[in-house]
Design a protein around this ligand. Structure first.
Ligand SMILES: C[S@@+](CC[C@H](N)C(=O)[O-])C[C@H]1O[C@@H](n2cnc3c(N)ncnc32)[C@H](O)[C@@H]1O
Length: 276
């Protein structure tokens, strides 16, 4: 049998650092390999169980031999096997090779990515859609996805060239929310065409916004559009928004961090709809 065979539900003990399956998993740290395979890794027992519980397609479960008798790990192994995943019981040396260096985890899952298109979203069922133009920082992206989940936004749309939400840092920063909210990829024209066709108001955020974000009449379904970290929303895109809002700032900072600004505005946009 070829070592790369999917081995559905099987358990393999691996101690060799040159094992081809381990090499393949390690390669998922690179964006181009994630794009080629459509796979990604989630590190840590909580993230892995969140993903499995949310019905994400697990292909491989890697765990340290040291934790195999822990109750939660045993349950996760059983759940992964029931879904046909290959289970790899590995030594610390092997785990160190595939896990992040800082705060390495004892359990790692390999999952299939899930992307939607705008056409897959039912406009009538959306609440607040959070759209990010050209987001570059994976920590920001993961934090925005977590915020979108917390505020009850219905989807996160990534417009143009963005960092990969399935990179390890973005997945980690999302704290599991990446498994709870649909992720959509779209071009800028496609995005405005979709919003226009379904009469969804697009409210952009801009340092030169004419309106205080608290003075807007937020409608649902609707879209909150955020600009990128370095240059904000480009002028041609800002001009296509139905409104441009600003968060007033009192001190010397010229802007807020993207994820913080998203949280401030999104919670205001959904204020009347969030039950305590
Ligand atoms: C770090 S800021 C971008 C700063 C950039 N130098 C600029 O000129 O827009 C990232 C994004 O957060 C949002 N943002 C940050 N502070 C804001 C504020 N005070 N008012 C409105 N939006 C803000 C905007 O969407 C902005 O594009």
């Amino acid at each position: 049998m070829n070592e790369r065979d999917s081995g559905r539900g099987e358990v393999r003990a691996i101690s060799s650092l040159t094992n081809p399956v381990i090499k393949d998993i390690r390669a998922l740290a690179m964006k181009k390999e994630r794009e080629r395979t459509g796979l990604f890794t989630a590190e840590g027992l909580k993230l892995v169980t969140d993903a499995i519980d949310s019905g994400w397609d697990i292909r491989q479960l890697v765990h340290s031999v040291k934790v195999r008798d822990q109750t939660m790990v045993r349950r996760t192994i059983a759940a992964a096997q029931a879904r046909g995943a290959l289970v790899l019981e590995v030594t610390d040396a092997v785990l160190e090779k595939i896990a992040r260096r800082d705060n390495p985890q004892m359990v790692i899952g390999v999952f299939a990515q899930r992307w939607l298109r705008l056409a897959d979203l039912d406009p009538a069922r959306q609440t607040l859609v959070i759209a990010l133009e050209g987001v570059k920082d994976p920590g920001n992206l993961g934090t925005v996805v977590r915020t979108a989940d917390a505020v009850g936004a219905s989807a996160v749309v990534l417009i143009g060239e963005t960092t990969d939400p399935f990179g390890t840092e973005a997945v980690r920063a999302s704290m599991g929310s990446i498994f709870a909210r649909p992720l959509v990829r779209a071009g800028i024209d496609e995005f405005f065409d979709w919003a226009g066709a379904h009469r969804l108001p697009v409210v952009g955020t801009h340092l030169k916004g004419a309106v205080d974000y608290r003075a807007v009449e937020w409608r649902e379904p609707g879209i909150l559009l955020m600009g990128n970290e370095q240059s904000g929303l480009p002028q041609p895109i800002a001009e296509r928004c139905d409104a441009l809002v600003k968060i007033p700032m009192a001190g010397t900072a010229d802007s807020l961090n993207l994820a913080i600004a998203t949280a401030v505005v999104a919670f205001e946009a959904r204020r009347g709809r969030l039950a305590l």
